[in-house]
Design a protein. Structure first.
Length: 136
């Protein structure tokens, strides 16, 4: 699995003008999965907090920094890439079997997550060694 091909930044259509910004997510070619769950994280108390630290067996996600910024480390078991998200018109697509770790939250950061599946505890891999064994 090639991380550069699997986890990629997606430019979202931005209709900004003098009134402000407007991002619309409606075309299937932008989000190539059906969205079955939407959630967001916010009020992270400081930049040293770590969120994520897991992978999913089948869930696909797009994570967007709606406000502020944060870093996402993605890992396919062989390679790691780092992404700094700081724009509401850019999202990071994360495919199944990708370990993610979200850090370095700015004050007021809000992350929006578009997910392909409803919550299922059985879909989570929360142990990094188990994740590495499954990627072999």
């Amino acid at each position: 699995m090639e991380i550069n091909d699997s986890c990629k930044l997606i430019e979202l259509p931005d209709f900004s003008d003098a009134r402000g910004g407007l991002v619309v997510i409606e075309k299937p070619e932008i989000i190539q999965f059906q969205i079955n769950r939407v959630y967001y994280f916010y009020n992270t108390p400081n930049s040293h907090i770590i969120r994520g630290e897991h992978a999913h067996l089948k869930l696909k996600q797009i994570i967007i920094a709606i406000s502020g910024s944060f870093d996402i480390e993605v890992d396919d078991g062989e390679k790691r890439n780092f992404h700094h998200l700081n724009s509401p018109n850019c999202g990071l697509y994360i495919c199944p079997m990708t370990w993610r770790k979200i850090t370095n939250f700015s004050n007021g950061a809000v992350g929006l997550v578009l997910a392909s599946e409803k919550y299922d505890a059985k879909d989570y891999i929360s142990n990094y060694d188990e994740f590495l064994n499954l990627t072999k």
